[in-house]
Design a protein around this ligand. Structure first.
Ligand SMILES: [Zn+2]
Length: 326
C-alpha cells in the first residue's frame, strides 16, 4: 500500500492512524494543530473525507465522526475514511463559531476555502486543510449544526454532470427528508462548493444545535446514516437502506429579527409554514406579549431561534423555499 500522510497521521497499511495537522501558530509560538484520524480498509476503494467543527461550536458532528470511526473495522472496509473531527480548533475551545484569534478577516471558515497561505488566520487554516482534501478526497461530507436540537437537513453541491449526480446519491443514502440541491452560486467559499468545483462530490449535514444541543440518539443516527452512505459508495457491505422520498427545495432564506425581547418559538424544524405564519412570540421584560414573529416566505422550517432572549438582527428563522417531493 502507498503511504498516505495527513500531517503527522501516516497510514501505510490497513488499520487506524492518528496524528495532527498544523494549521497555524498560537500567540505563544506553539503549533495550532487539529486532530486527524485515518481508517484504512484492507481492500482498495474510494476515500471519504469527513470533517466537523468548521464552526467551532457545532460539536454534534465531532461526536458523530467519532461514533462512525470507532465502528469501522479495517477487514470490512474498502477504501479509506479520512476524518478531521475538529477543524476550527481555537473556536472549538472557546465554544464559539469563529476563532478568537481572527480579528479583522471575517473568520467564517466555511467561506474561506480554498484559502490563502498569506491571508488572515482563517484563510491560512483553510489553505492548510484544502490542499490535502483536494489531493486525497473522492467524496466530502462536512458536518454542521444549526440552532436547536431538532435541526435535520442537508445539502449537496448540485453542479452539472457527474459531481452533482454523485452528490445527490450521497444525499439520498444519508436520507434526510429536507434536502437542498445547492445551486453553484450559493455558499461560495464553503468546503462543499469549492471541492465540488474541483470535481469532488460534496455534502453538508446540518444535524442538531449549537453547543450541547444534541442527543446520543442523534449521534448514533448520524453515524448509521454515514454508514449507509458508505454502503452506497461500496465501502461497506450490506443493503443500502432506502429512507424514502425527499423534499428538495430551490434555495433557502435567512430571516433576521427586527425586534428584541424574550422569545418563544412556536414551530419545530421540519414544519411546513405558509407566508405570514406565526413562528414565535415576543414578550417584554414586564412579561407582556410584545409581538409575533412571522415567516416572510412559505417553505420548510430548517432552523428557528431557540430563544429565550433575542436582540434585533439575530437569525430568527431559516426557511427552505419551494419544497417539492422527489
Ligand atoms: Zn456550521
Amino acid at each position: 500500500m502507498n503511504s498516505i500522510e495527513i500531517g503527522t497521521a501516516v497510514s501505510k497499511s490497513a488499520g487506524l492512524a492518528k496524528g495532527f495537522l498544523k494549521v497555524g501558530e498560537l500567540p505563544d509560538g506553539q503549533a495550532m494543530r487539529i486532530p486527524v484520524v485515518i481508517m484504512r480498509g484492507a481492500k482498495p476503494g474510494p476515500t471519504l473525507w469527513l470533517h466537523g467543527c468548521v464552526h467551532g461550536n457545532e460539536y454534534c458532528g465531532t461526536f458523530a465522526i467519532h461514533e462512525l470511526t470507532r465502528s469501522l473495522k479495517p477487514a470490512e472496509l474498502k477504501g479509506m475514511v479520512v476524518a478531521l473531527p475538529v477543524l476550527n480548533v481555537t473556536a472549538f475551545e472557546k465554544n464559539q463559531r469563529m476563532s478568537p484569534f481572527e480579528l479583522y478577516g471575517g473568520g467564517d471558515l466555511n467561506r474561506c476555502f480554498p484559502g490563502n497561505p498569506t491571508g488572515p488566520l482563517t484563510q491560512q487554516m483553510a489553505h492548510a486543510i484544502y490542499g490535502l482534501l483536494k489531493k486525497h478526497a473522492n467524496y466530502l461530507v462536512d458536518m454542521h449544526t444549526a440552532m436547536t436540537e431538532d435541526v435535520r437537513w442537508a445539502l449537496f453541491a448540485n453542479l452539472p454532470g457527474d459531481v452533482g449526480k454523485k452528490g445527490e446519491g450521497i444525499a439520498r443514502a444519508f436520507g434526510y427528508r429536507s434536502t437542498l440541491p445547492a445551486p453553484p452560486d450559493i455558499l461560495a467559499g464553503s468546503a462543499m462548493m469549492t471541492a465540488a468545483k474541483d470535481g469532488i462530490p460534496s455534502f453538508i449535514i446540518e444535524a442538531g444545535g449549537k453547543g450541547p444541543a444534541f442527543s446520543d440518539e442523534l449521534v448514533r443516527d448520524t453515524a448509521e446514516r454515514l454508514r449507509n452512505v458508505m454502503r452506497h459508495l461500496g465501502m461497506l457491505a450490506g443493503k443500502v437502506t432506502n429512507y424514502g422520498k425527499q423534499w428538495h427545495f430551490s434555495n433557502f432564506a435567512w430571516v433576521h429579527s427586527i425586534k428584541g425581547g424574550l422569545f418563544q418559538r412556536s414551530v419545530k424544524c421540519g414544519d411546513v409554514v405558509k407566508k405570514g405564519a406565526v413562528v414565535g412570540h415576543y414578550f417584554d421584560l414586564h412579561g407582556r406579549p410584545s409581538g409575533e414573529a412571522h415567516a416572510p416566505e412559505p417553505g420548510i422550517v430548517l432552523a428557528i431561534h431557540p430563544g429565550p432572549v433575542m436582540a434585533s438582527g439575530e437569525t430568527l428563522v431559516h426557511i427552505g423555499l419551494d419544497p417539492r417531493e422527489v
